[in-house]
Design a protein around this ligand. Structure first.
Ligand code: AHR
Length: 502
């Protein structure tokens, strides 16, 4: 039996809802077709946004959405995406698939999408090929109220009131597609560009996000923190509120990533082992950050994470469209548990990407849509949003087929939710074995326990023909034992949510 111990009286840190954030880029069928079909579409929509998709997303309580990229962000010129649609520039999306970008989804549409979702806004600015003036004017356009050229332009385009920009990214992957810069060069630019990301309205702070590292490039974090962490006099927020981190789970390697649905048990463990590397990365970057920022003023924002497989056969290689199986459910559960456990430093994370791109929560095909196993995991984990992380521990053993890719059999995180209940999420990484778990709460009486689960054979996935192969199912295999203890058996390859009433 494996023990899961929870200490309800030791609250470790606050779990920002943004940890369950999303990312959607002008890439493939993510924005166009996936989220936005336009007002004149035959697909039912509200102001151009797909009704079915938005309904499903609202259930997840999406806390924040990052847009417009990704690599697209450093080629995006926001003025191309405002004003009458017929006058907007048409261009080739050179980065992603060479298709026509007609700019019909721009700033107003993004803000409308976030309004309908009821989520915070995370706008990513252009440092790679944009000017300081362009970035300054975008922030003014979105957030300034009063007499100004950009506020007037916004009003002329039909929107008098300013919008809230909750987070603003100053460039994306500037070590790569965002300009191929060395860290010291980017850090200098960051200091300059962020100066003009102004808080125009009292009480409406825009959280500034510096471009962070590619996976284990700790030198990048060092370069950016050493130059940018200085507190500006009179500015309580300093130069930055967050620094990003990008890490994808690529099962094999970047040349041959591996298929989304056709994989063996060895590849299952290899994928999960590579997912667990996220924790090593967070600890490593945090160690560098701690040298400058021991009070954790700057948060880690993992604004791109998820699985990256070979694209589905017959699809545009630049569209990054992939299926999603129980393996992805595990990747989501493991990552979200890691983010919870590090919520004293990780203040946001954005899965890449929301719809039809990489590890999506929803896939669409014309008027059809399907919720992926990853969607169902997010739906169970939503109870952690805005909750307090509790001290917890689970006993584990090492499992796997080859030494290099051994993993613990179980991972977990536990929080005290806004609803006053304890929410524990547990992942079983074994492809074949179930485990008995003994649950124990320190000095706390359990009134009741309810469970729900996403799991099954490792290749299971939902298709447009069979959309409900993988869903959230009720889990009743729990016995209360004494006042503060319980016992359950977690099936192989599953993600479990326990709601414990105390
Ligand atoms: O999410 C796909 C791409 O991955 C993003 O555009 C880029 O930031 C990253 O390399």
């Amino acid at each position: 039996m494996y023990k899961l111990c929870i200490n309800p009286s030791n609250k470790k840190s606050h779990i920002n809802p943004e940890i369950q954030g999303h990312f959607s880029e002008h890439l493939g069928r993510g924005i166009y077709e996936g989220l936005y079909v336009g007002e004149n579409s035959e697909i039912e929509n509200v102001n151009g946004m797909r009704k079915d998709v938005l309904e499903a997303l609202k259930e997840l309580k999406v806390p924040v959405l990052r847009w417009p990229g990704g690599c697209f962000a450093d080629e995006y010129h926001w003025k191309d995406g405002i004003g009458p649609k017929e006058n907007r520039k048409k261009m080739i999306n050179t980065h992603w698939g060479g298709v026509v970008e007609d700019n019909s989804f721009g700033t107003h549409e993004f803000m409308e999408l976030c309004r309908q979702l009821g989520c915070k806004t995370y706008v990513n600015g252009n440092v790679g090929s944009g000017t300081v003036q362009e970035m300054q004017e975008w922030v003014e356009y979105m957030t300034f109220e009063g007499v100004s050229p950009m506020a007037d332009l916004r009003t002329a385009n039909g929107r008098k009131e300013a919008w809230d920009v909750d987070y603003f990214g100053v460039g994306n992957e500037n070590w790569g597609c965002g300009g191929n810069m060395p860290p010291e060069y980017y850090a200098g630019l960051y200091r300059r560009y962020q100066t003009y990301v102004r808080d125009y309205r009292p009480g409406k702070h825009i959280n500034k996000v510096a471009c962070g590292a590619n996976a284990g490039d700790f030198g990048w974090t060092e370069g950016v923190m050493s130059t940018c962490f200085n507190k500006a006099p009179g500015n309580v927020h300093g130069f930055m509120d967050g620094i990003s981190l990008h890490y994808y789970t690529v099962p094999e390697n970047w040349e041959k990533k591996g298929a989304a649905t056709d994989f063996d048990e060895k590849m299952w463990y290899q994928t999960l082992s590579k997912t667990l590397f996220m924790e090593t990365l967070i600890k490593g970057h945090q160690a560098v950050m701690d040298r400058y920022d021991k009070d954790h003023k700057v948060g880690i924002i993992v604004d791109e994470w998820g699985t990256w497989y070979d694209v589905e056969e017959g699809t545009n290689p630049g569209f990054l469209y992939q299926q999603n199986t129980i393996r992805d459910a595990l990747v989501a559960g493991i990552n979200l548990n890691i983010f919870n456990k590090h919520s004293d430093r990780v203040i946001m994370a954005n899965i890449a990407q929301m719809i039809n791109v990489l590890q999506s929560v929803i896939l669409t095909d014309k008027d059809k849509m399907v919720k992926t196993p990853t969607y169902h995991v997010f739906n169970m984990y939503k109870h952690h949003q805005d909750a307090e992380l509790l001290e917890s521990f689970i006993e584990t053993k090492e499992i796997g087929l080859v030494d290099e890719f051994k993993v613990p059999n179980l991972t977990e995180s536990v929080s005290l939710g806004k609803d006053g209940k304890i929410h524990a999420t547990v992942t079983n990484l074994s492809a074949t074995e179930s485990y008995e778990i003994g649950l124990s709460l320190t000095d706390t009486e359990i009134k009741s326990i309810k469970g729900e689960i996403v799991g099954g054979e490792i290749h299971l996935h939902n298709t447009f023909e069979n959309p409900d192969v993988v869903t959230v199912k009720a889990f009743d295999d729990i016995r209360l034992e004494g006042k503060s203890e319980g016992r359950l058996t977690i099936p192989a390859s599953s993600v479990l949510h326990l709601e414990i009433e105390i």
